[in-house]
Design a protein around this ligand. Sequence first.
Ligand code: GLN
Length: 482
Amino acid sequence: MDLTSLTIDAARSSVQERKTTALALTEAHYARIKQEDGQIGAFLTLSKERALEQADRIDRMAAEGKTLPPLGGVPVGIKDVMSTRGVRTTAGSKILEKYIPPYDCTAVGRMEEAGAVVLGKMNCDEFAMGSSNENSGFYPVHNPRDPSRVPGGSSGGSAAVVAAGTAVASIGSDTGGSIRQPAAFCGVVGLMPTYGRCSRYGLIAFASSLDHPGPFGKTVKDTALMLQAMAGRDPLDSTTADVPVPNYSEQVGEEIAGMKIGVPLEYFEDGLDPDVRAGVEFGIQELANAGAEIVPLSLPHTGYAIPTYYVIATAEASSNLARYDGVRYGLRSSEGKTLSEMYRRTRDAGFGAEVKRRIMLGTYVLSAGYYDAYYLKAQRVRSLLARDFDEAFAKVDVIVTPTTPTPAFKLGEKADDPLAMYLADIFTVTADLVGIPGISIPCCESKEGLPIGMQILGKHFDEATVLRVAHVAEHALASRAE
Ligand code: GLN
């Protein structure tokens, strides 16, 4: 049995049935990390001690004949923006290079309660700002499918470990596309839950009204199992909603005959890569073959999503990042002669270029003279985007689009052109602004053999339907490929 190619259910049941042990699974993954991760760069920190302790706990449960929890013995990776007690958490930034949190974020706590084994912390763009992982303060991540290309960002490490088989599943965060876009680039499944479905407690904040923690997996079912463990009200995050969490795996496998699937024309305009267009149209056809009704529709404010996102996200970031002042967290420059000079030197040395760019932009749009013209205007457009989706979801159950306008690009290709980089999120940012759930599943390959992602968006708190449609598409496409 190849221990690094298992899905969650297969891994858990082989530990339960004593065909292998959680320890053997964990060690097989560390061996693979040693072999593969030098070229990929997805790990920033390994948490071996913690992983082995948890594996031992799970093995003892299995030995005693106890039923393992749903992720029992499953090795997972955690994006380095999620705080882990006693394990270095950098947010991909030099300013937190040596930061060791005294507590766990809720997502990691819940993962471990569900039996998962945390292998380590995944590389990402600094403070989750980026679309290629090239903004990591440490080193870039390479796409396991083609190391000359980026894995996407900002959760590039979390997508890459699943693609490379160096973890069974992982957690990332999506503020403007950072789960779905890297999932598409690396050929894995990435799910952004509804805003308020999963706790942000202990997630290092980028833009608080947009940050969504969520899972990556090899299959749709795996992301359903991960979401099950993460989801639900958390008294430590007042923005988590007190709404029931359905049994997601039960929905996975249900038919979709009669369901209405919206296809927004604004997502298929000129400029879309022809292979992406063909791939996603093929995926949509598979959903029609499965009995769904395809409904063309319009989301008229789509064109305003990118500028709206970059006003709101930078405004929130400039305020969230004010806390890195050299006093409370991480790095402190020893060179300043006065307090304010110490602040300046710390922030100058600790933050990378993209983070500084965003702090300046965000400070500008929030400044007294420009608040109404930019920040307030952006919030108004955000309401219009939400209305587009309300109207669409009155007619359809889910909306299907490409996840990205092109497949993975080359390292360096857009690194000096922030505006071109921002456009990589053109199909993903809207769902973050509106707070609805979305998934990216691999739908086919480009002529060059690169993965192409298909995005399925759903109504607030209706991840179940998103997963159900995604699962039907996944299976139809897999049987096509055979
Ligand atoms: N690429 C987008 C940005 O740079 C989204 C990042 C994210 O979702 N964290 O802001």
